[in-house]
Design a protein around this ligand. Structure first.
Ligand code: SAH
Ligand code: SF4
Length: 406
């Protein structure tokens, strides 16, 4: 499946900033949203205002490190710059439609992004970290059988400002709410595991990732920012070159016959190509393993034979290459339209044991926030299905092909 908006080579940040400025000047309502810019592009925008790069750094720090959106309060910026910004730009926050807190401390926000679309972000506190699960699209066009977002269909890509806006809001809101001291952070990890397929919104994703990593922005380490993908092989290769962060790949099946049915884009990006892309990604990745996610579906992909086939696959005995990996088994979070069931706990444990006995580090993901529908695959926001993906979604029974392992 092709990404919707591939970034075009040769389009300079300066050119983009100039066009944005011209647009804003000709229409005062159409202000430049500074959350749309990573530092390089903000520097290019500031250059169009006749300002030096260090001013962009100051501005970027005010916005992302201090959470400030009022130019008047950015006291170390020259008044002339504050006036120029007030006339043409803004830090456009997302509109919070609702906030829900789960018994386990998980918090879910629903953001209204206009046009009848709303997306969700989830904060998951743990003893040693605070993780924000971020959405990349309103809906998703991939249409995985077991995913509530996939069942809703697809409306549109989020902009960089809307992706970063989730982190901007959550970080500064939580800092205030938790009464954190200056310099303390609420969010230490970001996972692109909310609504949408991040690699199908690559042009907006890339500046968002760069802002998360930038020392003048959120300063997150590459190891603590994870892109989760259903497996667009060419885009995995681009991410490796442009911005290698931690990679999670949603595998869900050890063979093409089953994966074709669970993750429809497998018909174009088959497992062999996926494994090759994963192996190559490790050349640049901040971690020396890929995380494979595997959603445990009762009677579909959870047999001991399938676990053995999975071992063969990642070891390179049933595929083109071996891929150093960790396996993350996700108990399926059911929703009515799926017609699927969660694997019983004993099956998940037996499956995990096969992998662990083969020496593969395997974890079973704790289900967090399921009392507020904030767990994996339950995020569904509100989506105008413009592509009729939901209608095209097949509900035919899943055909299990016998798995043979040596
Ligand atoms: N589109 C990306 C990221 C968003 S989905 C991807 O597919 O990787 C994040 C994770 O939640 C993926 O591993 C996905 O397979 C998993 N998931 C989706 N629906 C689920 C469900 N109903 N129960 C458990 N996990 C689910
Ligand atoms: Fe899209 Fe990921 Fe859900 Fe598949 S699992 S439909 S790729 S969000």
């Amino acid at each position: 499946m092709r990404p919707r908006s591939p970034p075009r080579g040769g389009v300079s940040a300066l050119g983009a900033a100039r066009r944005a400025l011209t647009r804003a000047a000709s229409n005062p309502v159409d202000r430049v949203n500074l959350l749309d810019h990573d530092l390089e592009s903000l520097a290019a925008y500031c250059a169009t205002l006749g300002e030096k790069r260090f001013r962009a750094v100051q501005l970027f720090r005010w916005i992302h490190q201090k959470g400030e959106s009022d130019f008047g309060r950015m006291t170390d910026l020259a008044q002339s710059l504050r006036d120029k910004l007030a006339a043409a730009a803004e830090v456009r926050p997302l509109r919070v439609a609702s906030e829900q807190a789960a018994a386990d401390g998980t918090v879910k926000w629903l953001f209204d992004v206009g046009g009848g679309d709303a997306v969700e972000a989830v904060f998951i506190p743990e003893d040693d970290r605070g993780t924000l699960c971020v959405s990349s699209q309103a809906g998703c066009a991939v249409g995985c059988r077991f995913c509530a977002t996939g069942h809703q269909g697809f409306s549109r890509n989020l902009s960089t400002g809307e992706i970063v806006g989730q982190l901007w809001f959550a970080e500064h809101h939580l800092r205030r709410r938790l009464g954190l001291a200056a310099g303390e952070r609420a969010i230490s990890n970001v996972v692109m595991m909310g609504m949408g397929e991040p690699l199908q919104n690559y042009a907006a994703l890339l500046p968002a990732l760069r802002t998360m990593l930038d020392d003048h922005g959120y300063g997150l380490s590459r190891r603590r920012v994870t892109v989760s993908t259903s497996g667009l092989t060419r885009m995995i290769e681009r991410l490796r070159r442009d911005c290698p962060v931690a990679l999670a790949v949603s595998l869900h099946a050890p063979d093409d016959a089953l994966r074709d049915q669970l993750v429809p884009l497998n018909r174009k990006h088959d497992i062999a190509a996926l494994m090759a892309a994963c192996r190559q990604y490790l050349d640049a990745a901040p971690r020396d393993f890929i995380t494979f996610e595997y959603c445990m579906l009762d009677g579909v992909n959870d047999s001991p034979e399938q676990a053995r086939a999975l071992v063969e696959l990642v070891r390179g005995r049933a595929g083109p290459v071996a891929v150093p990996c960790k396996l993350n088994l996700i108990p399926f979070n059911p929703f009515p339209e799926s017609g699927l069931k969660r694997s019983p706990r004993e099956r998940v444990q037996a499956f995990a044991k096969v992998l662990q006995d083969a020496g593969i580090v395997t974890t079973v993901r704790k289900t967090r926030g399921d009392d507020i529908a904030a767990a994996c695959g339950q995020l569904a926001g509100e989506v105008q299905d413009r592509t009729r993906a939901a209608r095209r979604m097949t509900r035919a029974p899943i055909r299990i092909v016998a798995v043979h392992t040596p």
